[in-house]
Design a protein around this ligand. Structure first.
Ligand SMILES: C[S@@+](CC[C@H](N)C(=O)[O-])C[C@H]1O[C@@H](n2cnc3c(N)ncnc32)[C@H](O)[C@@H]1O
Length: 350
């Protein structure tokens, strides 16, 4: 029996490229930090069968419902958790789901969220200005739009939307407040910008900025990437698909930094940071959708995939590290993923 389809299907972006980047293998364990409608998750489960396991996380409770329907056929191999990926490490520890073979972040919004189910993400449909991934979050887009000082609004729209008309938009918003609906805000932005820039609707960047601010998207991504690296087993893959330059910059810098040795400021005569590379970049450049995918799914147009794997190169524990390890074991801190990895390695070497 085929699994029942969710509300309106989200087409997973860069699907084949993602499976290849994750190097999905039978019996593998994977975390999908943005399970959404379950498109990538389904492919991971199919290709990691038999014996594969998937932990799927999403901040949006509706997404978890959709994913549960779509992944019904694999219900014994999947665990779905409604949480923010900022709590990735705590979630994996809670469910004893580490170390893993691969971790996927497919950032941003699903088609279900964008297609206007009253969540306020889109300026194509009228809805309350909400934009929260999780309706239990406190701050909505309406709160930000209607209470922020003009200078703060302009800063936010410029920084998170990379919008050059940010001051004009903020000025008009403040003049027209209160603003409670998506179409009302879109009209104000159109008036402030007064001309179209390329193919984008004038409100695109302002809506992106508000969504990022409401959901603390950039802050949460930075935190979650650091946690992800602690959860990977040796050779485990970290795969991130981003949809705008702010996200991609964070991912690129994170991966590049973790792939480097010394990260002391240039000109430092002797290394004082002691930083060791932990990731190996699988591809130096981003992977983007093919012409065929762009034609079939125009929403994939801004997608950029980056992939790295945890290296095992500095896996020799020096004697002093061994002592620290032993002390930590004795203090029962041994469930920490990084430590668990070291233990696995010690056993592998023995
Ligand atoms: C592009 S969709 C993922 C689609 C999914 N890969 C698929 O194939 O169906 C992004 C999802 O990430 C979720 N999301 C965004 N930020 C999140 C966060 N910080 N924590 C958890 N989920 C998040 C959104 O709610 C949305 O469902």
């Amino acid at each position: 029996m085929s699994p029942s389809k969710p509300r309106s299907c989200h087409v997973p972006v860069l699907l084949e490229e993602t499976m290849e980047a994750l190097a999905v293998q039978p019996g593998g364990r994977y975390v999908d930090c943005t399970v959404g409608g379950g498109g990538h998750a389904l492919a991971i489960l199919e290709r990691s069968s038999p014996g594969g396991q998937l932990l799927g996380i999403d901040a949006d409770p509706e997404a978890i419902k959709d994913a549960r329907k779509r992944l019904e056929a694999h219900r014994n191999s999947v665990l779905l958790v409604n949480d923010n990926f900022v709590n990735l490490q705590a979630t994996c520890i809670k469910y004893d789901f580490f170390p893993v073979h691969g971790i996927l972040f497919d950032l941003g919004l699903s088609s279900m969220q964008l297609n206007g189910n009253g969540r306020g993400f889109s300026f194509q449909h009228d809805a309350p200005l909400d934009m929260r991934f999780n309706p239990e979050q406190e701050v909505t887009a309406a709160d930000i739009v209607n209470t922020s000082p003009e200078a703060e609004l302009a800063r936010l729209i410029r920084t998170y939307g990379e919008e050059s008309y940010s001051r004009q938009i903020a000025r008009l918003i403040v003049r027209e407040r209160p603003i409670t609906s998506t179409l009302h805000l879109a009209r104000i932005v159109e008036k402030a910008v007064s001309r179209r820039t390329g193919r984008l609707h004038p409100a695109t960047k302002t809506f992106q900025a508000l969504r990022i601010a409401v959901n603390l998207e950039l802050e949460n991504l930075e935190i979650a990437l650091k946690q992800a690296i602690e959860l990977l087993g040796f050779g485990g893959r970290l795969v991130v698909i981003s949809y705008h330059s702010l996200e991609d910059r964070i991912v690129k810098r994170f991966m590049q930094r973790e792939a480097r040795g010394c990260v002391c400021p240039p000109g430092t005569p002797v290394c004082v940071c002691g930083h060791k590379p932990r990731l190996k970049l699988i591809r130096r450049h981003v992977i983007t959708p093919s012409e065929d995918e762009l034609r079939a799914n125009p929403r994939s147009r801004s997608a950029k995939l980056r992939v790295a794997r945890l290296i095992a190169q500095d896996d020799c524990l020096a004697a002093d590290e061994m002592e620290i390890l032993w002390a930590e074991i004795k203090t029962r801190a041994w469930r920490r993923p990084a430590l668990l990895r070291k233990l696995q390695m010690v056993f592998a070497m023995a």
